[in-house]
Design a protein around this ligand. Structure first.
Ligand SMILES: *Cc1c(COP(=O)(O)O)cnc(C)c1O
Length: 378
């Protein structure tokens, strides 16, 4: 258990043993090769293909650039259907490519795109669907696939939350035309900063490679207006180290997750995460929905109370991306009412591999404090 005076943050980066990392990076001092698709970059890519069970992967400096460049490489135009219940990066990547995000509502069960509302949003300007596997909850990939095929649309998943998951034995990165993973320090798996796009079509891979490296095809041929989004050798080395420990990390997360479940299950007015049958979860997040009328307290009240005890939960995702200040007047969050409601009710509780079960007990006790007092009175 942590010193109760020390704050508990919503997440804490996992670190490989220091000696292991030092051993891993020692050869870099001999080679002097620090970036530009060196041996670590290539090794990491191979390991990811294996681990994720995907045909191809292109590495990036971070997840956001992976999103932006994949959207560009896919040649998307006009409108893209997505959801506002995500990290703002998803929406920014669409807008920064000069495209119009069309927001589809989410379903209230697992907060992924509501496939029953998807088709009504397709117009003759729609080029793609960019759904998000929120909290690692897998989207309805089969229905999305069927709708996309019927209308000739591309599908690109924001899989930033879903690293390492499998659905009926298939790696999550295999669905759709491509998927993006983020290896940011706060994610289940990280390379300090980093990202990847997994894809099927080799032509897309060539385009991705070019875009992240200034459009350079060969020494004298620059045939694309690219940028710089390469992953460096230290990032790749960190990724390689962390990948070795990922199974244990996820097993520890699972224990924390299950302890939360055992403490909070059955409490009226709380909705806890549920995993789709057939999904091997990575236990990335523990989002709780607070139904104020039943629970007796709002999400914001619980958030404040936790905070006053040094426990920093997160209103993740609040605000919706279509309600962000930079998009004021441009989009209407009222058009995605379920997402709007959930964004007011959701609180993501601290969850990381080294969070002690005693700390989980304390967090749950604080969450239920008011409630138990009230129950005590009746
Ligand atoms: C983290 C995240 C991103 C951005 O990834 P970075 O590696 O931080 O750039 C995009 N989408 C979602 C859903 C994320 O959680």
């Amino acid at each position: 258990m942590k010193d109760p005076k020390e704050p508990i943050l919503v997440t804490r980066s996992s670190m490989p043993p220091l000696e292991e990392f030092i051993e891993e990076i020692r050869p870099i001092w001999d080679s002097h090769w620090l970036t530009n698709m060196g041996v670590y970059h290539e090794r990491f890519k191979e390991q990811l293909n294996q681990f994720l069970g995907v045909p191809h992967t292109e590495l990036f400096v971070n997840g956001h650039m992976a999103l932006e460049m994949a959207i560009q490489a896919m040649g998307l135009t006009g409108e893209v259907i997505t959801t506002p219940f995500t990290f703002v990066s998803t929406t920014h990547a669409i807008v920064r490519n000069g495209l119009t995000p069309v927001f589809c509502d989410i379903n209230p069960e697992d907060f992924t795109i509501d496939v029953s509302k998807l088709e009504a949003l397709i117009t003759d300007r729609t080029s793609a669907i960019i759904p998000v596997h929120v909290y690692g909850n897998l989207c309805d990939v089969d229905t999305i696939d069927a709708i996309a095929k019927k209308h000739g649309l591309k599908v690109f998943y924001d899989a930033a939350h879903a690293f390492g998951e499998r659905y009926h034995g298939k790696g999550v990165g295999t669905f759709g035309d491509a998927s993006m993973f983020s290896f940011h320090a706060t994610k289940v798996f990280h390379s300090i900063e980093g990202g990847a796009v997994c894809y099927h079509d080799e032509a897309l891979g060539k385009e991705l490679y070019k875009l992240k490296n200034f459009g350079i095809l060969s020494e004298e041929v620059i045939d694309g207006v690219g940028a710089n989004a390469k992953m460096n050798e230290f990032q790749a080395a960190m990724g390689i180290c962390n990948l070795r420990h990922l199974d244990e990390e996820i097993a520890k997360r699972k224990q924390v997750f299950q302890h939360y479940m055992s403490r909070l299950q059955g409490v009226k007015g709380l909705r806890l995460p549920a995993h789709k049958p057939g999904l091997e979860s990575n236990y990335a997040y523990f989002p709780v929905i607070f139904e104020e009328e039943v629970f007796g307290e709002s999400r914001d009240q619980v958030y404040d109370r936790l905070r006053s005890c040094g426990i920093i939960a997160r209103k993740y995702f609040y605000p919706l991306t279509n309600a962000c200040d930079c998009y004021k007047g441009r989009f209407s969050p009222e058009r995605t009412p379920t997402a709007l409601k959930i964004s007011m009710q959701v609180l993501t509780l601290p969850l990381y591999a080294d969070l002690s079960l005693t700390d989980v007990d304390r967090i749950c006790q604080i969450v239920l404090e008011q409630k138990s007092e009230k129950v005590g009175l009746t």
